[in-house]
Write a protein that binds this ligand. Structure first.
Ligand SMILES: [Zn+2]
Length: 453
């Protein structure tokens, strides 16, 4: 499992630091990101290894890099390492290090993308090249594939969505490892780390209310759209949806609970609020992960109303971020929201789903899950792996929706706790320890032989 110093110091670290320095910041604008810089960095690295890739563009400057090493047995399953190249913006004045200098200090590499997810993308690249070099005859039973994507931090429109819709034959895979997971928690039964097996859906809803414009100096009896939408936001904000404890939820709850009572309460529905409250006081990040994994969530986040201070608002909008559980339909979501508004208010608002992606989840009785589990135990014999079902989304969802078994996992050191990860991802002072980085390189290097072995 250990990675030799030269590989780590002379290949991995320079590559990883260069990806941070390339600063492929995705603001959501089509012209941002410029992932071509990191495609060039990776292309040059792989060329030195005798590996050649294919670059796909849906937007100028925003390249996606694919390398496929064909397997020897056409019947064997394929395995893909998938990473993204873009990062979210960073406000340098908030940081204690330059977010795009990739400084090494205090045994850590600092910079935007350190954990999300350039550490993985770089470890996947070096692990991939090393795995190919070590394969008998340069190939494994199935295709080994590396894919680095643009535009994960926005919609995936110039990356994952484009490739899975327009180039499925080139980018398809039976199994995939991508972000996010690998971070540690302490449990009653010792340390545990998470492997992401599924993601909730995304449903962005727009509610629109209409009113009648009039002079703001005479509000008596007025038909004010702002008041309707404010009331809708208040009611949705107070909505408490019941627990639906799926398999992964139960595993997460069992790992996060302290003692038998909490464990029972977190899965029972009856005592859930009590136990979740205790968890929130002890570890807010963990409580939020668990709360969202157990139910569809509804978060009213953006309100627009009115045009001018002296005109009664004739139009108002509320944008709601809903994260549905597996099996939830658009119709079910609409009726859930309309019920929460109540019949009178519901009759006064229009309902529109502006973005929709259903939840998906991968099974765990397969060769990839076993390979990940055994590499994890090799590295951390005192710890165990727990399935994680996340409220956010990764680009892995596009593949899972097409039948690929997708996990979010890399090996980290125990210093990378769920809390540390949660604070750093999209946060200030994003950084990662050198031991975690070395473990990640070894993980991706050894995964193919463990998977097909
Ligand atoms: Zn990411």
């Amino acid at each position: 499992m250990t990675v030799d110093d030269a590989l780590f110091r002379d290949e991995f670290l320079p590559l990883f630091r260069q990806l941070i320095r390339n600063a492929c910041v995705n603001t959501g604008e089509a012209a941002s990101g410029h992932e071509d810089d990191s495609v060039a960095t990776l292309t040059q690295y792989f060329a030195g290894k005798g590996l050649q890739g294919q670059v796909f563009h849906a937007q100028p400057g925003r390249g996606n890099l694919l390398i496929r090493v064909p397997g020897s047995d056409p019947g064997a399953p394929s395995l893909m390492f998938m990473g993204h190249l873009d990062v979210v913006p960073a406000q340098a004045s908030d940081w204690s290090a330059d977010p795009f200098a990739a400084e090494v200090k205090d045994g850590q590499v600092w910079g935007r993308g350190a954990v999300d997810m350039l550490c993985w993308t770089a470890a996947q690249a070096v692990g991939f090249a090393e795995a190919v070099r070590r394969a008998p005859g340069g190939r494994y039973a199935g295709d080994l594939v590396f894919l680095a994507l643009a535009d994960e931090e926005a919609s995936g429109r110039w990356g994952a969505q484009f490739l899975t819709e327009q180039h499925w034959d080139e980018v398809k895979a039976d199994y995939m490892v991508t972000e996010l997971g690998g971070f540690f928690i302490d449990t009653d039964r010792g340390p545990a780390a998470f492997c992401t097996v599924g993601e909730k859906g995304v449903a962005w809803v727009k509610l629109t209310a209409r009113g009648t414009p009039g002079h703001g100096s005479m509000p008596y009896g007025a038909d004010n759209a702002a008041l309707k939408i404010a009331e809708a936001a208040r009611r949705l904000g107070r909505l408490k949806l019941p627990l639906r404890a799926s398999g992964p939820y139960r595993k997460m709850a069992a790992a996060m609970a302290r003692g038998a009572w909490e464990r029972w309460a977190l899965t029972s529905g009856w005592g859930e609020a009590w136990a979740l409250g205790r968890l929130l006081a002890r570890n807010p990040g963990m409580a939020r992960f668990l709360h969202t994994a157990g139910r569809t969530t509804v978060s009213p986040n953006v309100v627009h109303a009115g045009a001018k201070v002296n005109i009664v608002a004739d139009r108002a909008e509320l944008l709601v971020d809903c994260r549905p559980l597996p099996g939830t339909t658009r119709e079910a979501l609409e009726s859930l929201i309309r019920r929460a508004l109540g019949p009178r208010l519901s009759a006064q608002v229009e309902f529109e789903v502006t973005d929709w992606f259903p939840s998906n989840i991968s099974g765990t009785d397969n060769a990839l899950h076993r390979a990940i589990d055994s590499l994890f135990r090799d590295a951390h014999p005192d710890s165990r792996l727990v399935d994680l079902f996340i409220g956010g989304v990764t680009d892995g969802r596009f593949w899972r929706a097409k039948g690929t078994t997708v996990y979010g996992f890399s090996l980290f050191s125990k210093a990378l706790t769920m809390d540390a990860y949660g604070q750093r991802i999209h946060g200030i002072d994003e950084r990662i320890d050198l031991e975690s980085l070395a473990l990640g390189v070894g993980f991706f290097r050894d995964l193919p032989s463990r998977f097909w072995g």
